[in-house]
Design a binder for this molecule. Structure first.
Ligand SMILES: NC(=O)c1ccc[n+]([C@@H]2O[C@H](COP(=O)([O-])OP(=O)(O)OC[C@H]3O[C@@H](n4cnc5c(N)ncnc54)[C@H](O)[C@@H]3O)[C@@H](O)[C@H]2O)c1
Length: 328
């Protein structure tokens, strides 16, 4: 008899799992993926014709370790803040890969923010200087919140700066996370935050560069997570040739990541990446010198979702969380 499907809300996921606890699992999964044992079909992207920017994406992944097939449908609506709704929303369906049984349908937004923030933290853990003391988080939305907590956990930061084009959003985040990370959090301009930073995380939906090349000191690490479509960009293009570049999935990042516009304009070649972060996790050279600028360009890969939802599903079964539904 088919197993019942678990239905799980964002609130229930948030009560069970903390972003900081997902970093190790995401790091392991990115390393294993690089060995070619997992299943990761291309992302499908749809532009929804509603007369304003509206995008949907279907992201699938299956890992041997998780023994789970996850299929996520994500939506992005640039104008949603005017409707008091989040810009990005997603839902994940999880299947037994062998039988096709639908094991769980859950909120996908929080798992997405967790896995992306965890990947940003893995980028910093692998590539930032060990003596990094100052963190700048650019973007104080859903992703910025999780990135701040995750990246703060991988180095002994003495100071964290947060910047958003809406200062009240940056202030609200600084207040919310005060005491939840060890270092004091201060609101700053993008320039002041970047000039002071050893590690920079970008987590905006900007279509204009925010981080200027002149502000970046030798030795800085950047985890650039916000640009996951060709139209989006967070760093001034001339910064990119100064960086030793890594991606989560190079083919996807060339098309949709932070580098994609620079590649289109011929400023960078298609061989611009030194490698993938998974290769660095598996022992390939990452940062080679204390004064090198490193950048992790993360566009998000389905096996990261699979990894997170395996943990969520196990908790839901163990603790009898959520609602149960028999579809047939
Ligand atoms: N790489 C990935 O795997 C991945 C995963 C999830 C989300 N994302 C992307 O991350 C971005 C952020 O997502 P979110 O859900 O946090 O959105 P959000 O709307 O909650 O937050 C975005 C924040 O960026 C700020 N911002 C926008 N333009 C800015 C600018 N020019 N200067 C300063 N701040 C600016 C906004 O004011 C907002 O506070 C989106 O582009 C989303 O598609 C990427």
């Amino acid at each position: 008899m088919a197993r019942e499907t678990i239905l799980l809300s964002r609130q229930e996921i948030g009560r069970q799992i903390d972003v900081v606890d997902t970093i190790d699992a995401i790091e392991r999964a990115m390393g294993v993926y690089e060995k070619g044992e997992d299943y990761l079909p291309p992302k499908a992207i749809f532009e929804i014709p509603v007369g304003e920017p509206a995008m949907a994406a279907c992201i699938t992944g299956m890992t041997k370790a998780a023994n789970l097939l996850s299929m996520k449908v994500g939506h992005e609506r640039t104008n949603n803040p005017q409707r008091q709704l989040p810009t990005t929303n997603s839902w994940i369906s999880c299947f037994d890969p062998l039988t096709g049984e639908l094991l769980m349908i859950c909120d996908g937004t929080l798992p997405t923010m967790y896995r992306t923030a965890a990947a940003a933290a893995v980028g910093a853990r692998q590539l930032a200087r060990p003596d990094s003391r100052t963190l700048a988080v650019i973007g104080a939305g859903q992703l910025g919140r999780e990135c701040l907590r995750a990246v703060a956990a991988v180095r002994l930061f003495a100071k964290i700066y947060v910047h958003d084009r809406f200062e009240n959003a940056a202030r609200a985040l600084a207040q919310e996370l005060h005491g939840r990370v060890k270092a004091p959090i201060e609101v700053a301009s993008a320039e002041a935050a970047c000039r002071a930073a050893d590690v920079i995380v970008t987590a905006t939906n900007s279509r204009e560069p925010i981080v200027m090349s002149d502000w970046i000191r030798p030795g800085t690490h950047l985890s650039c997570m916000g640009a996951d479509l060709h139209e989006k960009i967070e760093c001034e293009m001339k910064l990119l040739p100064r960086c030793r570049l890594f991606a989560d999935k190079i083919e996807h990042a060339l098309l949709r990541g932070e580098v994609s516009q620079a590649v289109q304009h011929g400023l960078l070649g298609k061989d611009c990446y030194a490698g993938s972060l998974g290769q660095v996790i598996n022992g390939a050279p990452g940062r080679r010198a204390a004064d090198e600028i490193t950048m992790f360009d993360g566009v998000g890969i389905g096996i990261q979702d699979t990894t997170i939802v395996r943990t969520i599903y196990d908790q839901a079964v163990k603790k009898n969380l959520g609602q149960r539904m028999a579809f047939s």
